[in-house]
Design a protein around this ligand. Structure first.
Ligand code: FES
Ligand SMILES: [Fe+2]
Length: 372
């Protein structure tokens, strides 16, 4: 990976956000309107839609969205709302449709490209034209094998939005990687605490003693230090080869990596709710789903090179256990943080230089929240 060493972005005087940002239902509701309705939100991997008809349902900005692969192989996203009397079309969180989507109420039927193709007895209605009732669509974009949706028709075009990441992960074969493990976690903490926690390793010696033996928290540097994409790398401490329980590589390399990157782990947060961790032999990505002001769901997937599972020495369990344990340590401290922040004596506290990335994340968040 091309890595430009840059000066850290610490700004004197940076403080954490006021308590209401983590506790107030009104702020949570405003975030749906001001942030989640306007941003590119990761809803998972393109590969989860393996064949035409495969779909997943995602809840974004309080709306249920169907993301599917149509008959021509194109990915599409629609509001999960029938054009007849509004009923939800898909009830299950994922599945495989036949060649159509049929509303379970009065059987209005849509092609997977969104056209209304069947509407019982509507031919008896004067002037009714099926063409006037396609499914309401939502913008969809694939970036490196990840699917993103955006409700806002006037949003910044995705190509422009993702431009700062262009070619950054070229050696890691992201579009090809295969998800081999998936865990969902319910966390009793505001979604922002999870992002902020991911963005610093000041807590690593206290919260993750095992991780710290493999990834020293003072190693590495950040290279994306302002804006919607933030993060950098840490050094994998020799003789460890990866961030696994045993310290050994657990799978084939993700790609042809330069020597330096063979001993590095990269951690990036993509505003607002995606986190991407890349190790020489496997990747992990997280999507954070805000549930309420004080609760979130985190979906975590482990990805490897598509040839890795059949190759000698494959042991993804080694990486899964490493991060499952680390994740649970993180969620626990985020929950403790949520509880403390809920106190009437909580007030914004000072960030240290080792927390320059959470401070930068807060700036991005406030720009999105207040600028909308
Ligand atoms: S509400 Fe969907 S067919 Fe009537
Ligand atoms: Fe952590």
């Amino acid at each position: 990976m091309t890595f430009l060493r840059t000066v850290e972005s610490y700004r004197q005087g940076a403080r954490t956000l006021p308590g209401r940002y983590y506790t107030a239902p009104e702020v949570f509701a405003e975030e749906q309107e001001r942030i989640f309705r306007h941003q590119w939100i990761c809803v998972g991997r393109d590969a989860s839609l393996a064949v035409p008809g495969d779909y997943v349902v995602a809840e974004v900005a309080g709306e249920s969205i169907i993301v599917l692969r149509d008959q021509s192989g194109e990915r599409r996203a629609y509001y999960n709302v029938c054009r007849h009397r509004g009923t939800r079309l898909c009830e299950a969180p994922k599945g495989r449709l036949s060649e159509t989507i049929q509303c379970p109420y009065h059987a209005w039927t849509y092609a997977l490209d969104g056209r209304l193709i069947g509407a019982p007895h509507m031919n008896e209605v004067e002037g009714f034209d099926k063409k006037a009732y396609p499914l309401h669509s939502v913008a969809l974009y694939e970036w490196q094998g990840f699917l993103f949706v955006n409700h806002d028709t006037g949003a910044i075009p995705a190509g422009q939005w993702f431009a700062p990441l262009k070619d950054r992960f070229a050696n890691y074969n992201l579009p090809l990687l295969k998800t081999v493990r998936r865990i969902e976690y319910d966390v009793r903490a505001n979604w922002k605490l999870i992002l902020q926690n991911y963005n610093e390793c000041l807590h690593c010696p206290t919260i993750h003693p095992e991780l710290s033996t493999k990834l020293p928290y003072t190693s590495g540097a950040n290279d994306l230090i302002d804006g919607p994409f933030l993060g950098g790398y840490m050094e994998i401490k020799a003789p460890n080869e990866s961030a696994t329980m045993t310290g050994r590589a657990c799978a084939l390399p993700l790609g042809t990596l330069p020597a330096a990157d063979q001993r590095r782990a990269f951690y990036y947060a993509l505003f607002p709710t995606m986190m991407l961790s890349l190790h020489p032999d496997y990747g992990v990505f997280y999507t954070v789903w805000p549930v309420s002001a004080t609760a979130s769901r985190v979906v975590c997937e482990w990805m490897v090179h598509p040839d890795a599972p059949a190759a000698a020495g494959y042991n993804i369990q080694d990486a899964e256990e490493f991060w499952d344990r680390t994740n649970r340590q993180d969620w626990h401290i985020c929950e403790q943080s949520q509880l403390g922040i809920s106190s009437r004596v909580y007030a914004p506290g000072p960030y240290s230089p080792r927390e320059s990335i959470p401070a930068a994340w807060d700036r991005t968040y406030l720009r999105a929240f207040e600028g909308a």
